[in-house]
Design a protein around this ligand. Structure first.
Ligand code: 0X9
Ligand code: ZN
Length: 314
């Protein structure tokens, strides 16, 4: 079962998804889009009333950054609502399929659960340079998966220093987690069926729209529409009791290239692409106390519903 009074571990999330597939075979299908470096499945759950044949689809992912635990919890709550409370949310499923990947970076997530609460990156492959021994002495392996996507890679806000929190990887798509997500989008969205991409992070609250790869990027032609959708989602979350989310261009927060959001819009063909920075809390902002999961996921869900409804008319 899904729990929202503690943060679920990778195995618990996997077990929940498998249980849903067994209990709701006509509504749910699981697909492993590949394995993480340490061999964990990256499982996408598809929620569809008609076996994935709807003219539109939305992609939601979470946990690209290991320590941002409220993000996978929010994705699991979304899954819970769409699958176990379908009748109440039929309008979200009518004519539209949902593809949800609650843990883009399962290795990092588990490492943040067991070894280092504030770990951000993935758990990378062994270093292959002749300096490997040197880097291995200095820091743990891993790259920032949200700096590794191949769109304006390494142009701003990222690092070639392997110990940096924002280490972009040795080249664009050097990391298996970003490769798997890329290949999934390219395969599934060849026909442009994916209308929206929501990537869940923490902490905000903020809703960021593309592009974020540099300062002074020419605004995307659909900037007004990107904003208006986000503002409407924000209003719904505020009405549900949330603190307001700041809606802004992601480069206004800070320019950072290689993000999955920019890639999804610029290359993946998903025009409405958002990074949602969920509620912060705890000592460090990333360690929102488990007692606050429920309020956060239920309030955020009101915003996700708005995104879903708007995606239906794109
Ligand atoms: O820095 C990031 O990757 C995101 N913030 S976080 O605190 N969750 O690490 C913001 C990403 C915004 N998108 C782009 N700059 N492309
Ligand atoms: Zn993040």
């Amino acid at each position: 079962n899904a729990t929202f009074d503690t943060y679920m571990r990778y195995d618990e999330i996997q077990a929940y998804l498998k249980q849903l597939e067994a209990d709701y075979p006509n509504l749910v299908q699981l697909q492993s889009i590949g394995k993480s470096y340490e061999g964990r499945d990256m499982t996408v759950i598809r929620v569809s009333l008609n076996g994935g044949q709807s003219p539109r689809a939305v992609l939601v992912d979470a946990g690209i950054h290991a320590r941002e635990w409220i993000a996978p919890a929010t994705a699991v709550y979304l899954i819970n609502q769409l699958v176990e409370h379908t009748a109440a949310h039929r309008n979200l499923l009518d004519g539209m399929d949902w593809y949800i990947l609650p843990l883009v970076n399962p290795d990092g997530y588990e490492y943040s659960q067991t070894k280092d609460r504030f770990w951000r990156k993935n758990r990378g492959a062994p270093r292959d340079s002749w300096l490997a021994w040197f880097w291995n002495m200095l820091c743990e392996r891993g790259a920032d998966v949200n700096r590794n996507f191949g769109f304006h890679w390494m142009e701003a806000g990222a690092s070639t220093y392997p110990c940096a929190e924002t280490f972009a990887g040795s080249k664009a798509f050097s990391e298996v987690e970003s490769q798997n997500l890329r290949d999934f989008v390219l395969a599934q969205n060849a026909d442009g069926r994916f209308k929206m991409y929501l990537t869940l992070h923490s902490y905000g609250p903020m809703i960021l729209y593309p592009y974020g790869y540099d300062y002074r990027v020419t605004p995307a032609p659909d900037t007004q529409e990107l904003k208006s959708i986000a503002e409407e989602a924000n209003a719904a979350m505020v009405a549900a009791g949330s603190v307001p989310f700041t809606v802004e261009n992601s480069a206004e927060l800070y320019p950072a290239a290689g993000g999955s959001d920019d890639w999804a819009k610029g290359v993946g063909g998903i025009a409405k692409s958002y990074t949602i920075e969920l509620h912060g809390g705890g000592r460090n902002g990333f360690d929102l106390p488990a007692s606050q999961i429920w309020d956060s996921v239920t309030q955020t869900f009101e915003g996700l519903k708005v995104f879903g409804v708007r995606a239906k008319s794109l």
